[in-house]
Design a protein around this ligand. Structure first.
Ligand SMILES: [Zn+2]
Length: 96
C-alpha cells in the first residue's frame, strides 16, 4: 500500500474542507483537492499517519479487504481466540 501506514485497523470518515490544499491519494497517482468530497483514513484512529483518499479508491480497497475497520479487526481477534481455544480443547480431549 503506497503511502499508507500498515495498521491492524483504520478509522475511515468522510472529509471535505475549504482549505486550498491538494493531497496525494495513497491508492492512486491522481491528486485530490481538499474541497472535493473525499475520505480521511486514520490508522488505529490516530492522527499521525492519516491520509486523504478518493472515495472510489477507498471503496475498492475496502472490497479487497485492505482497509479493515476496528469492528472487523475485533471480530477477527475473537475468531482467532476461539480457534486457539478450540485447538487446546481438541488436544486435551479430542481425537487420539
Ligand atoms: Zn485515489
Amino acid at each position: 500500500m503506497g503511502g499508507l501506514v500498515e495498521a491492524e485497523w483504520y478509522d475511515v470518515r468522510r472529509a471535505q474542507s475549504g482549505k486550498p490544499a491538494t493531497y496525494t491519494c495513497p491508492f492512486c497517482p491522481r491528486k485530490l483537492p481538499a474541497f472535493s468530497e473525499h475520505v480521511l483514513i486514520r490508522p488505529l484512529g490516530r492522527g499521525d499517519g492519516r491520509r486523504h483518499a478518493h472515495m472510489a479508491c477507498v471503496a475498492r480497497a475496502r472490497e479487497q479487504g485492505r482497509l479493515p475497520s476496528r469492528e472487523e479487526w475485533l471480530r477477527t481477534q475473537r475468531q482467532a481466540r476461539r480457534r486457539s481455544r478450540g485447538g487446546l480443547f481438541a488436544r486435551l480431549f479430542g481425537r487420539r
